[in-house]
Write a new protein. Sequence first.
Length: 664
Amino acid sequence: MSKVRVIIENITPQIDCGRFPIKRVVGESVVVQADVFTDGHDAVTAVLLYRPERSPEWHNTPMTPLGNDRFEARFAVQQVGRYEFTVMAYVDHIETWRRDLTKKLNAGQDIEIDLMRGALLANTLSGRAADLDSRRLNEWAHAITDTSRDLEQRYALAQSEGLRELARKHPDPNLVRREPALSVEVDRERARYSTWYELFPRSAAPKSEDSDTLPHGTFADVIARLPYVASMGFDVLYLPPIHPIGVTERKGRNNAVKAADGDTGSPWAIGGTEGGHKSIHPDLGTAEDFKLLVTKAGALGIEIALDIAFQCSPDHPYVREHPEWFQKRPDGTIQYAENPPKKYQDIYPFDFESDAWRALWEELKSVVDHWIAQGVRIFRVDNPHTKPFPMWEWLIGEVKKQNPDVLFLAEAFTRPKVMYRLAKLGFTQSYNYFPWRNSKHEIIEYFTELGKAPVSDFFRPNLWPNTPDILPEYLQYGGRPAFMVRLVLAATLGASYGIYGPAFELMEHEAREHGSEEYLDSEKYQIRYRDLAREDSLSEFIGLVNRIRRDNAPLQTDRGLNFHDTDSDALLAYSKTSEDGSESVLVVVNVDPHHVQSGWLTLDLTTLGLPEDRPFQVHDLLSEARFLWQGSRNYVSLNPEHSPAHIFRIRRRVRSERDFDYFL
């Protein structure tokens, strides 16, 4: 039993009743709300407490009442790692007394007895206070009951802010309720805002004019490719697995069951006589070559992201050294991977229910630790939804204890609850359904879901219009405009996005067969050469869009996304506004890659911080055109063959059309 009368309910943000941390990056705010109330009419005080997890000291800030017993306060996270926060509240007898004293005075009632009662409350409070605060409280109690002072002066002392501060510093511990702490996982900025480019190193070599055979690329070739990647504005270069590839059951071109002589196999069939997950394919180079790549990329502002695929080829050393980590079939052979009717004879999955699971977990963590030691701080994890949730929670948690700056991207195109669980238990960013959300209504519905709490507090989408596994139908038949549309959508709807290149900028769109999302002559099974200097390449357009992202803060966060009405099902309009409301970007996209579309926008001017009665300028950052608009309804027309989108920076202070130069 307890005599604590205050109630605290419905604290937000929190995930699954506090089971998992919410996510933020350094410099962001956590806005905390809670319902706080008590029986009767007494006033309550609510206080937000927060601290870095390893700090012994709690910071505190008063919570502001919002009405209907809801309170709010915020704090900023300033360092990578875990933070804790909670809400403390109590029935505040001093505040109740101050409030009622004002009511009585305004009603013309005598307040002498009430001033004496306040003095008694202050004397009681002084008994819990330190020496200086105790002395101040006793002096204050004497002053408000000193009848030699006029009543107005004594009332003013009763309402002093100093008294309120002292009362908050020394509440009665027997009347305080404090909720269990909730957690915040704080990552570095790249967790929120990142621009990814996927590249197969083995396809990075220049083509020899003297041979029809394509040479195997090396890390040196990737280093030579870095200026090209940097010129397009990418800050993460993601490499598929760089390990030795198995020979047994190796797949041939276009996923043929049998490989022909010279076929290179799939990089995801990891392991051979040269080593396993901690080894490098000998044709790519050495460990020193890889470290040089990491260093050279870093000098250009690019981080190397490495693929983590916890699976083995039949030739992996683990198969020979640890057969207990794999499942046996009734005939004694090891079970290869299957997703009926698909068969992956070149891949052995681990058996996470084996009796040796603890040793397996430790070994897999050591793989991540190994590549961290080589300078890698970002990992794209292949099919994490096919491995146990508890393993990922443990592995990521242990890694981040020693290396809190490490980021993990979950490649889990799977059911929503599974994707969300992976994000909750530690994955920094997540693949998602963006490749298959093409229509205006699909996009609005999906991104409205992702943008609302609690999803937005733990799930950071990384948008990819294509991957080596996914060539969406929209790109197969939409031509150049389709690639431009999907690029603009990915880059502006999401603060993090990526493309699989050079397939994307060169607009590769041929599927292996009708109805398939597999590329014809897929790079997963063979070396591919591309002419990066092709005149029709989208590389310059991609570079422009990425510069727009870099120069406009609203596009560097997933928060502040709002959709605006249009009278056309093919015109999608949305905006992003900075947290302080000082900057807005408005995007209008024609999602029909085949036809000119035009119509009227109905803007939410309040969301954009725009007045109804004054003009404002919109500056299209793609075309450099400027338009003077006024009011919520404005007309647009987009020809997909010319430019299927506008990315408008909004200017708010235009006085007349002659003021255009004022903003340049």
